[in-house]
Design a protein. Sequence first.
Length: 88
Amino acid sequence: MMRLRNLMEDAVFQAIKDTLKEYDYCDCEKCQLDIAAISLNQLPPRYVVTDKGDSYARADFLDLQNYLDVLSTVISAAKTVANRPHHK
Ligand SMILES: [Zn+2]
């Protein structure tokens, strides 16, 4: 089945994992999704058509420089969420 996939979404979730490994932010599902939403609203989408479900070539991902941009956006989103978490 063909479907649309936003590679930026994968990059953002990877960057969130890397950020939470490195920094001491809350890693609950709510905070991770808040970080993802803030980041994805700031970054340009990278849609591709895929017919292989999740097994598309990871080489298609993003190049390193783009990934570093994603990472810095995610880190600042994580700070925003940490300052105003949607929970106690
Ligand atoms: Zn949290």
